[in-house]
Design a binder for this molecule. Sequence first.
Ligand code: B12
Ligand code: SF4
Length: 516
Amino acid sequence: MRIHLVNPSDVSFGTAIITPRWQYVLAAATPARHGTPLLVDETLEPMDDDSVQAGDVVGIGIHTANALRGYRIGQAARARGAFVVFGGIHATLFPDEVREHGGAHAVVSGDGDLIWPTVLDDCDQGNPQPLYSGGRVDGESFYPARWDLLPKDRYMWASVQTVRGCPKHCSFCSVWRTDGQKPRQRDVNLVVREIVQLRRQGFRFIVLADDNFYPVTLADLAATDRRLDKAQHAALTRIREERFELMSRLERLPDDMVFYTQITMEAAEDPAFLAAMRRAHIRGALVGVESVTPEGLKAVFKDFNVAGEALVTRLQAFRQADVHVLGSFIFGLPTDTPETFAATVDLAQRAGVSFAQFVMLQPFPGTVDFATWEREATDVPIIDGVPLTRYWLIPPERRPRVYLPHPLMTADELRSRTQGVWDRFYALNVIWQRSCFLKSLRARLAFVLISKLYRQMYANTGISTDSARVQRSALWARWLARLARRLFVSDPMPSLREPGRVPSVTGRRIPVVTVP
Ligand code: B12
Ligand code: SF4
């Protein structure tokens, strides 16, 4: 019985940006008696169906965007006599659909770390159960990934998770509902050990694949003080201290390391945290700006963000701390007008964000937006026999890009205006100007290359409905990725040692939060 772990994708670029962490975690959770799993990442190259034999286990991890491709792989594997097991966020949300469309013998909901050995044992005995509940694994019980299985020079960034879950409740996001609002932080020692192993192997670019790297804000602590809630204050302080401890350990890693994470913009109000990030080599962060207007923020339940000039100041605070921002903006909110597009790109430029992504509001299952849409949608269009509220089952070339009707703009207008914003933000002369913070010509050229690659991979293949343009963009992206990959190759450091604890860190760096 061989085990295949497959990360489905409709497009393969030969080189991938980020490692699909789940594969390396499940490989670590695979008991030695079942052998070493074969990892297939279709963002690199398509799965070879012939590699599957009767009696093998084919584990497929899906989110909504790649579910349909996953179903095709599942059916093909089942037809060859393999046991087919699905997991991941989409499988967690739709286990029945996965069995119906993906040929699944078994579905694992929630975190796979602890339940995976049971699934494998059951398959080994020819008796997989239809549903396994993986639940929400405690921070201390997450498996470190098996980076020894990482192919050489195929990925630009490795991914290490340090915390799971997010206390916020944004309407377009499923994380707080599936991963929970209680931050589950991994043991600092295990996180650092994984990172050191990666650096030993020659990886110096690492994504901290967290939902929210700043799970406790100064405002949260002040609120517990106001409520005189000592127990909650102590619990939040502990989480905050662990963040600082992690960062103090990362600080002691080689200076060439580059980390990148996802964070809420509230961190801009916390200079000590930003400074610790910079010392920890966290050079960039995706910040969910979403909307530049207060009405837009209200619409997505993100009132903790700010708009207008206050927003510019907050984003600049990251830049001043030398943490580069990838600003994430959403178009298609009911409060958007045709003027919102230009206002957004202007603000992004003024705020000094280094990269930006402009996505169109998409109701992902598991979100408040999706639940509202499903409940209230009338006259739902049917495409290829599939109602639009199950859009991920529509073949990608026939799938619309905009789902929610807008009070002022047609779907096509939203799409072309969004494309226009990408075109403006990533015009060659604009990128070149933006790169002026870099000193050497080589660094500036690298910045241009990465910007162009990013735009090709995420905008042109994702927003356009013109299949010729999508094909062209995918070709371009493949070519740019091959060039860019070289920028991410580093010499291994086989003798790198784990940095020890800094005993005085708590007293030295964590600002005391006082009762107002
Ligand atoms: C890092 C990340 C990315 C990265 C890297 C992706 C990569 N190569 O791995 C990038 C930036 C590329 C990315 C892109 C996108 N992402 Co993303 N991403 C994440 C993030 C923050 C962490 C993923 C991760 O590594 N987790 C760590 C691993 C260990 O956890 P895991 O994947 O959940 O796997 C565990 C279980 O799910 C389960 N499991 C998973 N697979 C399998 C398979 C089997 C067989 C079994 C048994 C168990 C199992 O066991 C694992 C171990 O416990 C998640 C949020 C999250 N909490 O997961 C969002 C998340 C997955 N992304 C999301 C989205 C929406 C996207 C985009 C569509 C965004 C966009 N608008 O462009 C794109 C999609 C790109 C594409 N076309 O594929 C959503 C998915 C929602 C949904 N319903 O599908 C999430 C949940 C975030 C959110 N805000 O809701 N993403
Ligand atoms: S969008 Fe970000 S801040 Fe909002 S709930 Fe999701 S992870 Fe948390």
